[in-house]
Write a protein that binds this ligand. Structure first.
Ligand SMILES: [Fe+2]
Length: 389
């Protein structure tokens, strides 16, 4: 007898089974074929962010279906305290100030006089906005301009890494360090020759070797700053290390890579893949999350990658989507409980005519489902649709 249970209702002695469910339909499902041996096993699964599980009671030492186990605190997203529309004006100001500071940091690094003083308030402002409504900064960052890539990338990675640490319910000082490590992770690029840094094409092998020096160059400069937390230094030094040992500069593998190095690394690759550059279009967030999922267990630790994917929500705010009934629109609110069913702001009807804008909650009633995610579509401008420009 196989029954669906909350993780909070799991008990030692139960046998968990993998029912082969699609992870995009049940992103919080822990799927494995294994016996739960201890409370520690259950705690581990909860801490990885899973919410539900299928148990085969015919293979379990606990033969009956439990009704009244006490609940537990589960890892996962916290609810926004303000709406996206309310947070956007503040988030836009925070983003602009953060990009200005990132630009100044790069200039100062070249002059050998980095001033880390303002960084604390920059990161505190970012974390504050994320706590009020993470979709505001995350979607503004996604719809950025091409010409400020390096500075914008530093800020986006700061936003993503801090959001990730918040999602993982890390202590406040770790969330702060995550934001700071993200902001400073690529400062070493300021010491890379500009013709390589700004090359509007893929780098040659020789240029790429030079570029690979940037984590060490940044780390050496950050070491000179007084009282910078140790994990911020590690985040900068280790953000290109890979779980299977194929990264640089040290070729660290597995748990030898610091947790913060892994968080910054995942955020960094996500932002790099989704960014538009002069020589490439950005991938859709949907496609990027699929790539990250394929890299999990290889370049990135599997449970961390899975939690990042869940945090971003499969169809993040700002994604252009086509519904199965032919309507097209923009995701305007994520649904942490059912990530495949966000709220979509409808823009074009099935015949391609501009319609009166209205929001459709795909989790409500008999609403249509998302058929596909589109990189862009004529007549649909996510920043305008969401009032972000
Ligand atoms: Fe980097």
């Amino acid at each position: 007898m196989i029954r669906n249970l909350r993780i909070a209702d799991l008990k030692p002695g139960m046998f968990v089974v993998d029912t082969g469910e699609d992870w995009t339909k049940r992103p919080y499902l822990y799927a494995a074929n294994r016996l739960i041996r201890s409370e520690d096993d259950i705690r581990n699964i909860l801490e990885q962010g899973y919410r539900e599980v299928f148990v085969d009671f015919s293979r379990s030492a606990t033969p009956s279906f439990p009704d009244n186990f006490p609940g537990r605190k589960e890892a996962g997203p916290s609810r926004p305290t303000v709406s996206l529309e309310e947070e956007v004006p503040a988030a836009r100001k925070i983003l602009a100030a953060s990009v200005d500071y990132a630009r100044k940091c790069m200039t100062d690094m070249r002059a050998g006089s980095l001033d880390a003083g303002p960084a604390a308030s920059v990161v505190e402002d970012i974390v504050g906005s994320l706590e009020r409504n993470a979709d505001a900064l995350l979607s503004l960052g996604r719809l950025r301009q091409v010409d400020t890539y390096t500075h914008m990338h530093c800020v986006n990675v700061s936003v993503l890494t801090a959001a990730f640490a918040l999602y993982l319910q890390s202590p406040a000082e770790e969330v702060f360090s995550a934001g700071l490590a993200g902001l400073f992770h690529d400062l070493g690029k300021a010491l890379i020759p500009l013709n390589i840094l700004n090359a509007p094409r893929k780098l040659t092998a020789e240029e790429f070797t030079a570029m690979k020096q940037h984590p060490v160059l940044g780390y050496q400069q950050l070491l000179r700053l007084p009282s910078l937390p140790e994990n911020v230094l590690k985040g900068a030094l280790e953000h290109h290390e890979k779980y299977n040992g194929s990264g640089y500069p040290q070729g660290l593998a597995g748990i030898r890579i610091s947790r913060i190095g892994q968080l910054v690394g995942i955020s960094d690759i996500y932002d790099a893949l989704t960014s538009k550059r002069p020589y490439k279009n950005g991938l859709t967030t949907h496609k990027t999350l699929g790539i990250l999922y394929q890299l999990s267990g290889k370049e990135f630790e599997a449970s961390l990658t899975a939690r990042f994917v869940r945090m971003m929500g499969i169809y993040p705010v700002g994604s252009i989507v086509e519904l199965e009934d032919g309507w097209k629109g923009v995701v305007c609110a994520s649904n942490p409980e059912m990530p495949a069913k966000p709220t979509v702001r409808l823009v074009l009807d099935p015949e391609g005519r501009t319609a009166t804008v209205r929001d459709k909650n795909l989790a409500a009633g008999e609403a249509s489902a998302i058929a596909r995610c589109l990189p862009d579509f004529p007549g649909i401008h996510p920043d305008k649709v969401l009032g972000l420009n």
